[in-house]
Design a protein. Structure first.
Length: 388
């Protein structure tokens, strides 16, 4: 049986076939292009990138915008910062284009809570960094990464900010702290499925993330599901290869010995996320993240495995955390493996050996003991490792 593309009808203006629902790549893109003369960021690299996303938009909300800072209210420093950005929360008064008017024209959806990532000076000055965003644009279009609306410029500091969607539970660290280890195995593998799908998409395009840790995994929850999205994609690429940035417990051992970050090192970072979620504790949170810890990781140190976890879970996690990068699975392998767990426990739950592994593990999930306090020199934000 042949697979025919979906029929989205024709555009009522130009009568050309639509390639997505309520989106004409001829008329809607032309309207965006006609508006180019009405805005500028003051940075040609950013302007060109925004225009590129608009010219290549395949559906509504599939492109970035330049957002005037006067459209943002209640701007407040969240107190969270990393190697490349400082974070602020705000209300975007107009909001993203997310609704259709009676003429089937995309219009703004109204006040929307957002996160603003303010670039540090050395990032904004690095045009190579903005140029590499072209490589990651297709990942953003796939809808499996954290929603990215566009850019603005803080009129108080003149610094560029990325405008991102605000996620209710913020990041994975905050989510686990709030739940205090009260997640069931269905929740755990649901989060990991979402993260592995995002990572699979990044790797499918031949790219790397380079900085996966709990602070770059954003969480949103409704009564039935938990959605996890990878953030800061493209912020840790080749622009700064002479310096290593990251969170020490999530960095693969070969990177500490001089190897470049790779898809295999992303998988190691994912293995640490697998280690963290069932315990509710951050890796190595009871010790200083210093040169001694780095040396121990290079020699094979790993955190204690989650007590009572299913054997299949431990086996995959151990492969991801292998000292030898060539032994680690691909992102596709990881995603497909976790999907079989979802099938066995959620989609088609039948009494099978795999189902029973997760059922037994459910009984011991909350018996791992009280989480240890976080050491005052344990650092879970990205930083330049040359400063350690």
């Amino acid at each position: 049986m042949e697979n025919y593309p979906p029929d989205y009808g024709t555009c009522p203006v130009c009568f050309k076939r639509r390639e997505a629902q309520y989106w004409c790549t001829n008329c809607d893109v032309r309207r965006l292009e006609e508006n180019f003369k009405h805005w500028t960021s003051g940075n040609s690299a950013i302007d060109n990138f925004i225009k590129y996303t608009q010219k290549n938009a395949r559906r509504g909300m599939d492109y970035l915008e330049w957002i005037d800072f006067n459209q943002l209210s209640h701007v407040c420093n969240t107190g969270k910062a990393g190697a490349f950005t400082s974070n602020y929360s705000a209300i975007w008064i107009e909001g993203p284009k997310g609704s259709l008017d009676k003429n089937e024209t995309w219009s703004n959806s109204g006040p929307t809570r957002v996160i603003l990532k303010q670039f540090h000076n050395y990032v904004e000055a690095n045009n190579l960094f903005f140029n590499q965003l072209y490589r990651y644009h297709r990942c953003f279009q796939e809808g499996t990464l954290a929603d990215f609306f566009g850019f603005t410029r803080d009129v108080r500091t003149s610094r560029i900010m990325m405008v991102m969607r605000y996620y209710d539970h913020e990041d994975l660290y905050t989510f686990l702290d709030n739940f205090n280890g009260a997640l069931c195995w269905r929740d755990i593998i649901e989060i990991l499925l979402s993260v592995s799908e995002g990572l699979f998409k990044i790797h499918e395009f031949g790219l790397i993330h380079g900085n996966i840790h709990g602070g770059n995994i954003l969480i949103e929850q409704d009564p039935n599901t938990i959605d996890a999205r990878i953030a800061d994609t493209g912020l840790s690429g080749d622009s700064f290869q002479e310096r290593v940035f990251g969170v020490v417990p999530f960095i693969a051992p070969e990177v500490f010995t001089g190897s470049r970050k790779s898809q295999a090192s992303d998988i190691y970072s994912f293995g640490m996320v697998m280690m963290m979620i069932p315990t509710g504790s951050r890796p190595y949170q009871d010790r200083s993240h210093d040169r001694q810890l780095i040396q121990n990781i290079k020699l094979g140190l790993r955190p204690q495995y989650p007590i009572g976890a299913p054997l299949v879970y431990l086996q995959l996690m151990e492969k991801c955390l292998s000292q030898n990068p060539s032994i680690r699975p691909t992102a596709q392998d990881v995603y497909q493996t976790i999907y079989t767990w979802i099938e066995a426990t959620c989609i088609n739950p039948e009494v099978t050996p795999l189902f029973e592994q997760f059922e037994r593990a459910e009984q011991s999930l909350h018996l791992s003991g009280i989480a240890k306090p976080i050491h005052q020199h344990a650092v879970y934000i990205s930083r330049d490792l040359n400063s350690i």
